[in-house]
Design a protein around this ligand. Sequence first.
Ligand code: MLT
Length: 411
Amino acid sequence: MATINDNYLKLKAGYLFPEIARRVNAFAAEHPDAKIIRLGIGDVTEPLPAACRTAMIQAVEEMGDRDKFRGYGPEQGYEWLREAIAKHDFQARGCDVDASEIFISDGSKCDCGNILDIFGSNNTIAVTDPVYPVYVDTNVMAGHTGEANDRGEYGGLVYLPISADNHFTAEIPPQKVDLIYLCFPNNPTGAVATKEHLQAWVNYARANGSIIFFDAAYEAFITDPAIPHSIYEIDGARECAIEFRSFSKNAGFTGTRCALTVVPKTLKGKAADGSDVELWKLWNRRQSTKFNGVSYIVQRGAEAVYSPAGQAQTKELVAFYMENARIIREQLTAAGIQVYGGVNAPYVWVKTPNGLSSWDFFDKLLHACNVVGTPGSGFGAAGEGYFRISAFNSRENVNEAMQRIAEKFKA
Ligand code: MLT
């Protein structure tokens, strides 16, 4: 019989969001009349911007024309999209990122996992706690960890606790780590990192030969002009950081699928023989072998994000969700619940009231208010006692959910 990758057997329960869906579905089956409002998974609800739709429709028409039809595209993504990204997302902010260093993909989640293909198996890996579970689970699957303990912490990983005490931004560890996952604006806590904080990480990474995986999927939600949007706004980041970005949240592409990863040509890793190897070459080789690119139609839709109409429409979309975040923050605060985040990020990180555990609060909200959120403990042991509420939903649903919570929790 064929053998399996035993590392999968180390994974704790199901992936967080399918597990929540399973519990919600069971509740819905027992209470068919309950109007459940889902503020759990960070999935967008509002329609795609008109500029993106128009561009995609035109691309579909081109695909129906023999002269304009396109087959395989470049595995790295079309040049016109990479140029638009380099110009608008990076060069406009003073970041030295060239279009050739940008790789278009079908999602940041996939890229965050796939990037491990080009790294060795003996690296020391640091993650924050709480953390976006994909960073941890993909390392478990790749055999980079030991077994999980009772708290769900995997042997071999370095956990960097984040809490209100350190403004939900990880402190620099005393020991040397090789790979570091940083996510700002942060999922799940909604925290952001200052330039000084990121500079400290970049300095640490350069001093230790480490690589930072910088997940900037939520950068469009930053409202404070002093907060950096890209790690490449930090001096020296080209020598130590890979950045992940996505069209999922700013342009509503969660179902359409388009993202990007930046691998600067100045980044190096160590080969077994001690030589320095360009990571760009390895990622380019990996993508060319295992990936055939994002569809032409979707890339045209993503390109339209950078048109004047697309810029205005995505800004409006982001502002819409951020107004939801404001409502959530204010309503929960008025109900006497302590909240964090939600100012520069579409996630509100809630301290569970009355000392309830994360899953007990989940059950209480589901049963008493028919509202779904995400238990903080699902993001790591240090998330226990917290709960994440996503601002991705219609205004009507957010208002109703907050009203139901206020009624139950107001003293
Ligand atoms: C989340 O809810 O954390 C998101 O769905 C993350 C993602 O985009 O994968």
